[in-house]
Design a protein around this ligand. Structure first.
Ligand code: FES
Length: 105
């Protein structure tokens, strides 16, 4: 097993149209996940940092929702444009991106 410094899970849950909870997939989470994977690959970080899809993380109102391990830091409202900053500041630098944190987690 490779040692991972950090692992980010991106909710890519898809619910049927009109579902009262909505879902992260409808807010662009598949593209967010792909952007994380591409960013890590292009920086040569695949071996120590990883991005994976997750099912519903039970924070649907905040979607696109992500969680970073091992710190268990939660992000909400993440867009493709936020990905480079999260990678640079948090996944590499260890400093969470404050403006995107889900504060009550
Ligand atoms: S659908 Fe993404 S957190 Fe629930």
């Amino acid at each position: 097993m490779p040692h991972l410094d950090r692992h980010i899970f991106v909710c890519t849950n898809q619910r049927p149209p009109g579902h009262p909870k909505g879902c992260c997939a409808d807010k662009g989470s598949v593209a967010v996940r792909e952007a994380f994977k591409r960013e890590l690959y292009e920086r040569g970080l695949k071996g120590t940092l990883r991005a994976n899809s997750a099912g519903c993380l039970d924070q649907c109102a905040y979607g696109v929702t992500c969680v970073v391990y091992p710190e268990q830091v939660w992000y909400g409202g993440v867009t493709v444009n936020d990905v480079p900053e999260i990678v640079e500041s948090h996944l590499i630098g260890g400093k969470p991106v404050d403006r995107l944190l889900i504060k009550d987690k």
